[in-house]
Write a protein that binds this ligand. Structure first.
Ligand SMILES: [Zn+2]
Length: 275
């Protein structure tokens, strides 16, 4: 499932490939990934220049000329790939292409989504600002500090792992990196957020940032579907300490990693060293 590091990797790849390109037209193959009507979407995007590509939380945001914002939430299996002339084509079949954006220069930007839980939208600057304002701080940004994390945790009784997954509290963290950061900070995922001590919040802050940054450096985690904008796999799966590692030895102590369901989602942790 694409989280912050996967979205960031896609953004960096696309930025190199498509900024400055003009979207010639839009081919809607599976309209169910669009939040609005296909005709309106086509009109909003066609003929505009790609001025920049950014990330906010898990979303890939393409800034278009005329203050239009093409926003993509990758859902479970969404991919954004660029096929550019003179470059080897990413290895992905056309079977799951949902939206294609042919570019004037002969390339094509493709939104591909096997399960189609992703969402593609074209918004005005005002609409996008409102959307962005509803999200929590960027965990790698300056506004996200150990004390702001502690203050924010202290207001909630949710299990800390659920708290981390709430995009309104902190943007971009999903189940993989929430579990990994909690393991790093030696905090049990079921602990109520408001019982996390200041010292623990400090550890959690440091480990969350370190895990996300290391995962960006590894171009994200590929279990099956996630690919970079160039169609490559991410390599962070090799570094996972607890996520998907149930029954394996904890890399830190002699404990055995457990999986349990907390608030409807799998949690992975070491019962011996996470308190
Ligand atoms: Zn352990």
């Amino acid at each position: 499932v694409p989280e912050l590091p996967e979205a960031e990797t896609i953004v960096r790849g696309l930025r190199r490939l498509v900024v400055g390109q003009v979207i010639e037209r839009v081919q809607v193959i599976h309209a169910d990934v669009l939040a609005g009507a296909p005709a309106q979407f086509k009109k909003c995007v066609s003929g505009r220049t790609i001025e920049g590509i950014e990330r906010r939380g898990k979303n890939v945001i393409t800034r278009l000329s005329g203050d239009r914002w093409l926003t993509v939430n990758l859902g479970m299996t969404g991919r954004l790939l660029a096929q550019m002339p003179g470059r080897p084509a990413p290895l992905f079949p056309g079977k799951h292409h949902a939206i294609r954006f042919p570019l004037e220069g002969g390339g094509v930007l493709v939104y591909d989504d096997i399960r189609r839980f992703g969402t593609v939208e074209c918004l005005s600057g005002e609409q996008w600002s409102a959307r962005s304002a509803a999200l929590g701080p960027e965990p790698l940004g300056e506004l996200f500090t150990a004390s702001s994390l502690f203050e924010s945790l202290s207001k909630s009784r949710s299990p800390v792992r659920s708290w981390l997954l709430d995009q309104r509290k902190v943007a971009g963290v999903g189940n993989i990196y929430a579990n990994e950061a909690l393991w790093g900070a030696r905090i049990h995922p079921a602990r109520p957020a408001n019982q996390i001590t200041r010292a623990e919040a400090k550890r959690l802050h440091a480990h969350l940032r370190a895990v996300l940054q290391t995962a960006i450096d590894a171009k994200g985690t590929t279990f099956r579907d996630y690919r970079t904008a160039e169609g490559e796999q991410g390599e962070y799966a090799l570094s996972l300490a607890v996520y998907g590692q149930q029954g394996e030895k904890c890399p830190r102590c002699k404990g055995i990693v457990e999986r349990s369901v907390i608030a409807g989602r799998s949690a992975f942790f070491c019962p011996k060293c996470q308190k």
